[in-house]
Design a protein around this ligand. Structure first.
Ligand code: CO
Length: 131
């Protein structure tokens, strides 16, 4: 399975882009706002995978709460899968908890879905489908 990206929670997208530029270069495209998820994101290509920088739109959003309790840092790992719905159904079938019971629209026009951190030893895992 391919690692699509590593999600990193940041307080300021512009500062984080500057911080990561020496290692990851410029973002693939201009930052994208995802109001349904309460974030603004930018993707930086690193070889075959990406870093996703996530800036909360409000302190009440999930990433805003993450920043308040844990500070900046790694937020989730995202795996590329053929079908997000099939992947979530498999987790539910084996008794694992999920954040999303079905796929939903995510960044870059792709369908995404999140497992609950308890399903992967405390690591929040996202699944991403090809457009
Ligand atoms: Co992500």
């Amino acid at each position: 399975m391919q690692l699509d990206h590593v999600g990193i929670a940041v307080a300021s997208l512009s500062k984080a882009i500057e911080r990561w530029r020496p290692l990851a270069g410029d973002p693939d495209s201009p930052p994208e706002q995802l109001p349904t998820q309460g974030v603004r994101v930018a993707f930086l290509r690193v070889g075959e995978t990406h870093i996703e920088l996530l800036e909360p739109l409000t302190p009440e959003s999930p990433v805003g709460k993450f920043l308040a309790s844990r500070g900046e840092g790694i937020h989730h790992l995202a795996f590329h899968v053929p079908s997000v719905d099939a992947q979530l159904a498999e987790l539910i079938h084996r008794g694992d908890r999920v954040v999303d019971r079905a796929s939903r629209p995510g960044a870059r026009g792709r369908r995404v879905g999140f497992a609950h951190p308890s399903a992967f030893g405390g690591v929040l895992v996202e699944f991403v489908e090809s457009p």
